[in-house]
Design a protein. Structure first.
Lengths: 42, 368
């Protein structure tokens, strides 16, 4: 018997984790890019 | 005399063994003549052949040579992370850092993983088995193997072979889906040349990524940590020897052990089951949906973006580095010979590897 509640939980957490972690990475890349540019200008 | 004959393998041969020999010969044939993932299919094919030789006990628990490779290499989580170390040392994240939006495409292409996960559940597989089948859609061999060893080791041969087979078939599987979901006009979209990425950015990237990903999905740490360590070796420029060793000698050694260990799990009694056919079908479904989701997400992003993305690069989010990116390039060049998409497609391509590791980490955390 499949535990559908767990299956849905895996689906939601999984997709959320993938999008959130890559989303944070995007923000980090833009953020660090700006910081590095500022340092290089100084 | 009769007793002597009984000590040979000949009289213990089964029809199943012979069928597996044929499969082994087919893999070696495809690897040699068609160049389908030869680095993997040759050792896998050979592993299948020798493990189906009766009375050799190569997979005998505790004593068989191939069992030791399998147990200490795969069950002890040594080989897949070492492969990731080598992959990291070979990967250039520059195109992705230059255009970070493409990371979203790497995430979108994980959709097929979940379609296949639910498909496998509907076919009667349990949750750990469905996770191992779903992750095939990530098109990442070591991650598939790593997940399957933990969640459904009895399916290892089938999921590993399905993942590597479909990865080598990317140029056949993806183009019809990409053509179906895009218009000629969309395929002709030209993307602006990527900006140069500084060395500092490239060095910071693995450090930031390992912290971000491992904080969100700690279960992905073994793969992600080694992936980013390999990339740091490559980018920092002060440990060239280590980067070379990880990308070449070490990678080659662990590839041999990985291939033969996976092949060794494919004895006739464990592989010749109807379940295996379903694994292959669901693997293909996962691949197809991942490709489609990547393309559709790129089209969706175009609705909001000022600078249009060629949707053909979305399909590269399925990992399969660099084959999927090459398919995007070929399809784009077919629509317009002056269209160069390869570097743009490398962004979602390497992002897809990260996305698949994250998806695998969630599977391992919740389904184990």
């Amino acid at each position: 018997m499949v535990d559908w509640v767990l299956a849905v939980k895996i689906f939601i957490f999984g997709l959320l984790a993938v999008f959130c972690s890559l989303g944070i990475l995007i923000a980090a890349i833009y953020g660090f890019g700006r910081v590095l540019k500022t340092f290089e200008k100084d | 005399m009769f007793e002597m004959i009984l000590t040979t393998g000949v009289v213990h041969l089964t029809i199943g063994n012979l069928v597996m020999w044929l499969i082994a010969f087919l893999f070696v044939y495809l690897a040699i003549t068609k160049n389908y993932e030869p680095l993997l299919l040759v050792p896998i094919g050979f592993g299948i052949l020798v493990v189906n030789l009766p009375l050799t006990f190569l997979m005998g628990e505790g004593e068989g040579l191939l069992w030791k490779f399998y147990h200490y290499g795969l069950e002890w989580e040594i080989i897949p992370p070492l492969i990731f170390l080598g992959l990291g040392a070979l990967t250039d994240f520059g195109p992705m850092i230059a255009n970070p939006k493409t990371l979203i495409l790497g995430a979108g292409a994980q959709f097929g993983v979940y379609v296949s996960f639910f498909g496998a559940l509907l076919l009667g597989f349990n949750i750990p088995e469905a996770c191992s089948i779903g992750i095939i859609g990530g098109a990442d061999g070591p991650t598939t193997i790593y997940t399957t060893v933990h969640l459904a080791p009895h399916l290892l041969g089938a999921t590993a072979v399905a993942a590597y087979s479909y990865m080598s078939l990317v140029p056949i599987i993806q183009p019809p889906i990409m053509r179906l979901l895009t218009t000629e006009k969309e395929r002709k979209i030209k993307m602006r040349q990527l900006r140069p990425v500084s060395k500092k950015e490239k060095i910071l990237f693995p450090l930031v990524t390992v912290v971000v990903i491992c904080l969100i999905v700690p279960a992905s740490a073994p793969l992600m940590a080694m992936f980013m360590l390999g990339n740091l070796f490559k980018e920092c420029g002060v440990v060239k020897r280590l980067a070379d060793a990880a990308a070449n000698e070490l990678m080659n050694i662990v590839t041999i052990l990985l291939g033969i260990s996976v092949g060794a799990t494919m004895s006739a009694e464990s592989f010749l089951r109807p379940q295996v056919i379903f694994v292959f079908i669901m693997g293909l479904v996962a691949f197809a949906f991942s490709t489609a989701a990547g393309v559709m997400l790129a089209k969706l992003m175009n609705l909001f973006a000022k600078e249009k993305i060629n949707p053909l690069i979305g399909s590269a989010g399925v990992s399969a580095v660099p084959m999927a990116a090459r398919v995007s390039q070929v399809m784009g060049a077919r629509a317009d010979p002056k269209n160069f998409l390869l570097m743009h497609a490398m962004g979602p391509n390497v992002a897809g590897v990260i996305g698949t590791v994250v998806a695998a980490g969630v599977f391992l955390a919740l389904a184990r």
